[in-house]
Design a protein around this ligand. Structure first.
Ligand code: UD1
Length: 337
């Protein structure tokens, strides 16, 4: 079976390429870093001949800097996916695995002891300024427990990247319905591992901490460090892509959380990396970013039952490796002039 892998030279894409080769797939790569753009019909037409499936990892990632980033997100992530799907239809390619993200959910899921399951609104700036970081029940104001989010949760994209990832899912669903194709969206949680792009405005927190430690600086942990995430190793994410190629729901898009199943706080992650590198110790700064969510942890029931997915790399082993693994250059290459 032959697969077109977009974003093949990127952080996650390069690991997906290795996993696909190892699983016996023929792989054709397409990546801006090697001069091929998903928005270019001719680049797609050359590469889609005799292809059976597309694994779409190419994207502009991260939080961006400000609104000047909006056209870039829309162009690469939304328009680029639309061009890709149209090209797949032209070439009769009926199978798609899409790199989506947990950011489509916005804030995680919570349970109030009195009012049950709650999806809170963005936290108030006043609360954050006073160091009140935990979302509170909108009905009674009391504290809530963070619970695992599943794929049926309503989506609530809160930044340009999240909005464009959700748009990719919707476009893929439209394509699947129109063509009878099979589409799988993998909602990655916080991916880390070798070749993760180093500290840029587009980097995730694990790369920021790792870059700081390499430069001899303390990781700066925002809020009180108690925010929970699921840090999932990039090799497990690559295996999830291989498993997703076997998806079997014609005419539909099916979404899956892809995570380790072993959530940790950002403070614990900083401490684990710092310990592995012999310091400096993390600093809890109390700073906050208005766009950040407090906790988000994944239910893996669906991925485990339907894809047979189960992460193999535990937190301690993964962070030990990541503490000294080589980092990549930049997460968002600019299109060639
Ligand atoms: C991250 C990615 C998002 C990706 C998602 C799932 C970025 C910017 N965010 O979202 O694109 O889709 O994972 O893989 O790439 N923090 C610090 N110190 C710092 C930076 C951040 O303590 O120097 C804290 C933040 O306040 C936040 C947490 O770390 O609470 C996670 O931040 P980050 O990795 O940027 O964003 P996510 O929301 O987890």
């Amino acid at each position: 079976m032959k697969v077109l892998l977009t974003g093949a030279a990127g952080f996650i894409g390069s690991h997906v390429a290795e996993a696909l080769y190892t699983a016996g797939y023929g792989v054709v790569g397409l990546d801006l870093r090697t001069g091929a753009d998903i928005r270019d019909d001719s680049a797609l037409d050359q590469r889609l001949v005799d292809v059976d499936a597309v694994v779409h990892q190419a994207a502009k990632v991260g939080l961006g800097v400000d609104v000047t980033d909006l056209p870039g997100y829309a162009s690469v992530n939304v328009y680029g996916t639309a061009v890709l799907l149209a090209a797949m239809a032209r070439h009769g390619v009926g199978r798609l695995v899409l790199a989506s993200s947990m950011v489509v959910y916005g804030e995680g899921a919570y349970a109030c002891a009195e009012h049950g399951w709650i999806r809170p609104m963005p936290r108030a700036a006043d609360d954050l300024a006073r160091g009140l970081f935990e979302p509170r029940c909108p009905r009674c104001g009391s504290g809530m427990a963070c619970v695992a989010i599943d794929e049926d949760a309503p989506t609530d994209p809160r930044n340009a990247y999240a909005t464009t990832k959700l748009a990719q899912e919707h476009l893929a669903a439209n394509w699947a319905r129109e063509t009878g194709g099979v589409a799988v969206a993998l909602r990655y949680h916080n991916v880390y591992g070798p070749r993760m792009p180093r500290d840029t405005p587009y980097s995730g927190v694990a790369a920021i901490f790792r870059s700081a430690l390499e430069a001899g600086c303390a990781p700066r942990v925002f809020e009180d460090g108690g925010q929970r995430r699921d840090f999932v190793h990039v090799r497990d994410v690559a295996q999830a892509n291989v498993a997703a190629l076997a998806g079997r729901r014609p005419g539909m898009l099916t979404a899956y959380n892809i995570a380790s199943g072993e959530p940790h706080t950002v403070g614990e992650m900083a401490a684990a990396l710092a310990a592995q590198r012999g310091g400096p110790e993390p600093v809890i700064t109390g700073e906050y970013r208005l766009g950040d969510v407090r906790h988000i942890v994944a239910s893996l029931d669906k991925a485990s039952h339907e894809l047979g997915f189960r992460a193999q790399v535990g937190f301690a082993d993964g962070m030990r490796e990541f503490a000294t693994a080589p980092l990549g250059r930049s997460s968002s290459p600019q299109p060639p002039a």
